[in-house]
Write a protein that binds this ligand. Structure first.
Ligand code: ADP
Ligand code: MG
Length: 206
């Protein structure tokens, strides 16, 4: 059995319909088992080492902000190597514009690398990611009770359309404000936390 690290990134930890949809898939435990889940706000040094292979890429500063701006839901799953491969298939491709129709990222991801969920891509990376993260957060207990249903609306496709406008330099102000309103409707956040979620959302569009 392989260990894999799982992270509900901020765009799925707080957008409740996205979170419920992804959790519904994860909790089905078809060929895998969720061993732990907890809220945790990763420090920058952890994210910089977790994503060290991306250092130097133009989106790297945004990626660090994205992953450190808010507490996220971190967990560990166990699965056979084949099951992990299947889970990554269900998840879909990294960039939203390329994510397979019907995959979790196509369904709930907004734009670019704003793609909802981290899941280790193979047994070897899973082992090293779990080792690294367990120095910061316990990965042996389920401490968070996520819902598979929510009354909150799911604005994913509207958000994607607006994000495409902002990224293309079209109606930037108007589209950015509407993104904020729609994200606020999807979440139960306000104040600084909502500001942070808006900032990292817009940051993915430049
Ligand atoms: P995955 O999460 O599918 O395993 P990678 O490990 O290649 O993808 O990249 C880690 C994360 O970095 C991605 O999930 C995404 O959030 C971000 N990222 C990777 N490539 C890009 C890109 N070209 N543009 C924007 N963000 C990216
Ligand atoms: Mg990866």
């Amino acid at each position: 059995m392989a260990d894999a690290l799982l992270i509900f990134k901020p765009d799925s930890a707080y957008r409740l319909a996205a979170r419920a949809g992804i959790w519904g898939w994860l909790a089905s435990e078809r060929d895998w088992k969720v061993e732990s889940l907890d809220w945790f706000q990763p420090p920058a040094d952890l994210i910089e080492s977790h994503y060290d292979f991306l250092q130097g890429r133009p989106f790297f500063p945004w990626l660090v902000d994205f992953m450190t701006a808010l507490p996220v839901v971190v967990g560990r799953v166990t699965a056979s190597a084949d099951a992990l491969k299947q889970m990554r298939h269900d998840l879909g491709e990294t960039q939203i514009a390329r994510s397979r129709p019907g995959s979790l990222r196509e369904r709930y991801g907004i734009f670019g690398g704003l793609n909802c969920l981290h899941l280790s891509d193979a047994a070897e990376t899973g082992a090293s990611e779990v080792k690294r993260w367990s120095e910061y957060v316990q990965l042996d207990q389920i401490k968070v009770d996520l819902d598979e249903k929510t009354q909150k609306q799911d604005h994913t496709y509207h958000l994607r359309s607006l994000a495409t406008q902002v990224a293309g330099g079209i109606h930037v102000e108007l589209a950015s404000q509407l993104i904020r309103e729609l994200v606020a409707e999807e979440c139960e956040l306000d104040g600084e936390k909502l500001d942070a979620l808006w900032r990292i959302t817009l940051g993915a569009l430049s």
